[in-house]
Design a protein around this ligand. Structure first.
Ligand code: PEP
Ligand code: MN
Length: 323
């Protein structure tokens, strides 16, 4: 990503829409428009491909930046069909293509990695992972955006595949133009290497996802305001000292979790002997609501506490299930 500028112009021609009554994109007609934009502004263009036919139309027209959408990534059959079509291209064309693979709609790291591997095996080396968030139940995570960031998933992907450029799509992640700026900066602060942002000359008139489109002026202002931190460790002695404190706190937490597991196993034995179910809903409700009100009083994120309580409970249940 150029600082305060764009490297690629994105426009979806074939739009995967939830409802068959929504605008589905202009399709093949738009290819000529994209090619004209590419030639006029000297800015490479990108569009979404879901089936081999899309891919072959784009490649023939000289559109070399292509993305696989979240719904397609979730389906290995479809990704494999695209991979087979890529495999069949000549080497020169393959080396000129950049495939961007959006995360699958469900929070499934393996499926995301699998899709990237299929594309890589087809002979494409220029691959970008796009994090657009995950459909998730509001009740479970307290997420209020269109999708849930679940940052640990893209960060794990980066750890597993460090050569794959990681880009964030704050437009589809938030679904809300008011939040796009904040999420863009959060992504850069986490070390993401680029942003895919939806922009429209008249956002409210957009035929798709109007609520998340920025106006051109808003996009320019956003790009100017972003700060690009460095991934290099420049914290010095002060940072090392604080990290040692964290290590000590974590040691205590792990010791307590170990202790908790031991007690939980004893409880499991007792329940078994007494002929009780392992899951006691009343008890879980009590623990959860006590912890949530504790979080509220102390100004600690209720969402984080909710996740931790659920994780601890999951560990306990698994301890108590007979193997
Ligand atoms: C898009 O980028 O236009 C799109 C449909 O996104 P996603 O596949 O992330 O929903
Ligand atoms: Mn969209």
């Amino acid at each position: 990503m150029k600082q305060a500028g764009a490297d690629i112009f994105r426009a979806g021609l074939w739009k995967p829409r939830t409802s068959p009554h929504s605008f589905r994109g202009v399709g093949e007609t738009g290819i000529a428009w994209l090619v004209e934009a590419q030639e006029t502004f000297g800015l490479p263009v990108a569009t979404e491909v879901a089936i081999p036919e899309h891919l072959s139309l784009c490649v023939k027209a000289g559109i070399r930046n292509l993305w696989i959408g979240a719904r397609t990534t979730a389906n290995p059959f479809m990704v494999q069909q695209l991979a087979d079509a890529l495999q069949a291209l000549d080497n020169e064309t393959k080396s000129s293509i950049c495939m961007m693979v959006k995360n699958p709609i469900n929070p499934d790291l393996d499926t995301w990695c699998g899709a990237i591997e299929r594309i890589r095996k087809a002979g494409i080396s220029n691959i970008v992972a796009i994090h657009r968030g995950f459909s998730d139940s509001l009740a479970l995570t307290g997420n209020t955006m269109r999708n849930d960031a679940l940052w640990s998933i893209p960060l794990s992907l980066h750890r597993l595949m460090p050569d794959i450029l990681l880009v964030n799509d704050p437009s589809h992640l938030t679904g809300d133009r008011q939040l796009v700026g904040r999420l863009s900066q959060q992504a850069l602060d986490l070390g993401f290497e680029g942003l895919m942002i939806e922009v429209h000359p008249e956002p409210d008139k957009a035929l798709s996802d109007a609520k998340q489109q920025l106006s051109i002026e808003e996009a320019q202002a956003l790009l100017r305001s972003l700060v690009y931190p460095s991934g290099i460790d420049k914290g010095g002695a002060a940072l090392s000292a604080l990290r040692r404190q964290i290590d000590e706190i974590d040691d205590s937490i792990w010791r307590l979790i170990e202790e908790r597991q031991r007690v939980s196993a004893e409880i499991g034995e007792l329940k078994h002997k007494a002929g009780m179910t392992i899951y006691q809903e009343e008890r879980f409700r009590e623990i959860l609501s006590a912890r949530l009100s504790w979080a509220r009083q102390r100004g600690i994120s209720e969402d984080a506490v909710n996740r931790i309580v659920n994780a601890l409970h999951e560990i306990s249940i698994n301890m108590q299930l007979k193997k």
